[in-house]
Design a protein around this ligand. Sequence first.
Ligand code: NAD
Length: 496
Amino acid sequence: MKTIGHLINGTIDTQSSRTQDVFNPSTGEVSKKLAVASKPTVEAAIAAAQAAYPAWRNTPPLKRAKVMFRFKELLERNADEICRLIGEEHGKIAHDAMGELQRGIENVEYACGAPELLKGEFSKNAGPAIDSWSEFQPLGVVAGITPFNFPAMVPLWMYPMAIVCGNTFVLKPSERNPSAVLFIAELLHEAGLPPGVLNVVNGDKEAVDVLLSDARVQAVSFVGSTPIAEYIYTTASAHGKRCQALGGAKNHAIVMPDADMDNAVSALVGAAFGSSGERCMALSVAVAVGDEAADSLISKMTEQMKSLKVGAFSDKSNDFGPLITRAHQEKVTGYISSAEQQGATLVVDGRQPAVAGYDKGFYVGGTLIDNVTAEMTCYKEEIFGPVLLVMRVNSMEEAMQLINDHEYGNGTCIFTRDGEAARYFSDNIMVGMVGINVPLPVPVAYHSFGGWKRSLFGDLHAYGPDAVRFYTKRKTITQRWPSAGVREGAQFSFPS
Ligand code: NAD
């Protein structure tokens, strides 16, 4: 059985005293072994990044960007193989994996603009014959820690921008699906990246803790669940590092009585069940304003859900695939059972989907639950599965209060034909990414991605313009060249 290793200083290393299984969630079988990094392995990766930093920092941004141009081309040329690797270890169907890869490539395209993005700011004659400018200097060695649900896209949110800004990088991807990440990192080397600029270590908490405490690591980008995000943020900050840690979500869609209901239902089906609901921007709660809207929503949803097809990643006609692990499958079905026990109405039950030929896969079918209330466990916690909760309220204010009271604030959306209501909603809702008749308002690569409240710890969002700020330090230089004869004596106050 193949063992997946680490990429350190441009070389694959599969040595390890500890290994763990990598599963194919579609079949439920172990497909590969993973070498789990110990402290010395992570330290070797940090040392490689540290050694590569001086030359990379001084490589002109235009040359760094050229590596990104070639990288983008290689990603496109190898897209089918990347999607196959994602599917095999994540369970995503090819069309879904291709969508994630495309969003990742858009971040590489944005990174190609490095010479423009790093131009800095200049003021001639900030004082008499005095010029002043601000530069964006790289930080040094930067670390990234990523989740299982977007094995291509989320790492591509981080290292293209970090390294194009002149940093070197150590990536610790999810231990659940490491193959696509490693394959993509090798493509970046094929594109001309010098060894040591990007290193990938596979592993778990042991590897992460080295990255959080090693003094050579200047900054940490994290994406994953909220309890771990909070741990990463507090630990990295306590060690004096810059940190951005993106966490979990509970994304609500308000369905107003005037909404185009057919459109809203189609949008909800895709956004709730696509990728088995394993997206941090998945819509997991529909808040219907008025019983008429709720009844219409439930009846149209039930009808559309009859044609949902769950199955193996390799069959392109499937709408979505399995969950990531057996443990996660059990957790999701546990939330469905708890909703029923706590008084909600189970309208469509996906706990035992029929997937012919794949009875050991980690499948849960699309599930619809009505009459959910704010006290229920299924509402308070992130389920991260193909489960849509429906809540009934009497007004838009009541719906907005629910959203604002929830601990998460990643994404949200309103379905309405009323522009005034939509404007009031987007202005006052306590959420970082807002859609108006757009179910998954994921910002494009030239904006930045991030939630509010306990969906993000730190100040700057991921990718886009915020990434330039996160991965650089501002330095402001003020200069004059006194010519002979125009010399001043000592001054004891600011010029007025
Ligand atoms: P996770 O928090 O379990 O793992 C994320 C990373 O942290 C992995 O690399 C993992 O190895 C590491 N890790 C896990 N436990 C750790 C510990 N105790 N100490 C140190 N490191 C640890 O998340 P996941 O299950 O891989 O991903 C799903 C979660 O990610 C969901 O909550 C989802 O909402 C969230 N997510 C958020 C965003 C966002 O942009 N806000 C995007 C994608 C996923």
